[in-house]
Design a protein around this ligand. Structure first.
Ligand code: TXA
Ligand code: MG
Length: 320
């Protein structure tokens, strides 16, 4: 079983494992990441192996600072402005990849672009000490909910990895927003921890939406599926269902729910995002056959929350 060490005492051991080509689960501000040295093909392959990913989807390379990012990719003016505004933080930029970056090709899955992000806190410190970027998808088995606590990560992956670094519950609670500048225009490839409005305010332009086919192969329909079926935007709770609630008004029949979690009593979308995965997991563990979900508004982080809920509710035969 993986050892769980608090951030304050984990740095040296995490470094030693990464130097040896092993993987380590680390906290970031979004979700826990399953990190490996992005320049080491064996380490990157280990990531796919541990996650049980059926396909080599491209991974995000995490950097410690802009200088490291500049050695890997080239920044157009708009991407530079966004990095300036939101790094370190829950923003991933897809950029043209420099041929001599040292990044192992498994990280980019053969694309000539690379997804880069600069995490806050422990992840940033670890990368700075290692002196090399870390590839880190969310720390969960393929098709399972992303881990937002060390306990959830250890329960899912603990028999396959040596170390989980415990930084407490991740503050944002869903993955980073992924953006790509194309012909001077900004495209949202994955909604996430930074709302579209915040990005548009900095960019001074509207985002276009909708990933084109290969752009976000990690966005499999039921990527976030719990074991239970999900019923979204409910107005009534049926017998035997668990209820994932939002805000102050309950769906009819809520008192019959076999289990109940409220994403945010006061209707705060940031609080809801940070609770989303943990509450889906908790309701899944209740043994209910179906999780009924109250409507969550689409504004701000609500877009990303609804995106994750829709994936969790997608037909299971789409799990790849
Ligand atoms: O918050 C996060 O972003 C977390 C934490 C651990 O940093 N990481 C994460 O990584 O969510 P992962 O591997 O689960 O998601 C990576 C996403 C996938 O949807 C993938 O398709 C997309 O990034 N991606 C990676 N490289 C890409 C590229 N060159 N072009 C388009 N999409 C890319
Ligand atoms: Mg993931």
């Amino acid at each position: 079983m993986a050892e769980i060490l608090a951030v304050g005492e984990a740095l040296e051991q995490a470094l030693a494992l990464l130097e040896g080509g092993d993987v380590v689960a680390i906290p970031t501000e979004t979700v826990y990441g399953l990190a490996g040295d992005a320049t080491n093909g064996v380490a990157v392959a280990r990531i796919f192996e541990v996650k049980g990913r059926p396909r080599f989807n491209p991974l995000i390379a995490h950097v410690a600072d802009r200088a490291m990012a500049d050695r890997i990719a080239s920044f157009d003016p708009l991407s530079a402005k966004l990095a300036e505004a939101f790094w370190p933080g829950p923003l991933t930029l897809v950029l043209p990849h420099s041929a001599d970056s040292g990044i192992h090709p498994l990280v980019t899955a053969g694309l000539d672009t690379i997804a880069l992000r600069m995490p806050r806190g422990f992840g940033g410190q670890l990368i700075a000490r290692l002196g090399r970027p870390l590839a880190a998808p969310s720390a969960n088995s393929s098709g399972r909910i992303s881990g937002t606590t060390a306990g959830a990560v250890a329960a899912d992956l603990g028999d396959r990895i040596r170390l989980v670094v415990d930084g407490g519950a991740t503050p944002v609670g869903l993955e980073s927003t992924i953006l790509k500048v194309e012909h001077g225009k900004l495209r949202l490839l994955r909604p996430g921890g930074i709302g579209a409005g915040e990005i548009e305010a900095v960019a001074g332009a509207k985002l276009s939406r909708g990933a084109s086919g290969i752009e976000a192969p990690g966005m499999l329909a039921s990527h976030y599926a719990p074991g239970a079926a999900m019923r979204l935007n409910v107005e009534n709770v049926a017998k035997g269902e668990a209820l994932l609630a939002f805000g102050g008004n309950r769906a009819e029949g809520w008192e019959h729910a076999v289990a109940l979690r409220n994403l945010s009593e006061v209707g705060d979308l940031r609080e809801a995002a940070s609770n989303l995965f943990a509450y889906m997991q908790a309701l899944d563990r209740s043994g209910a056959v179906t999780i009924a979900v109250e409507p969550v508004p689409f504004e701000g982080l609500g877009e990303a929350i609804n995106d994750r809920l829709a994936r969790a509710a997608a037909p299971r035969d789409k799990i790849a």
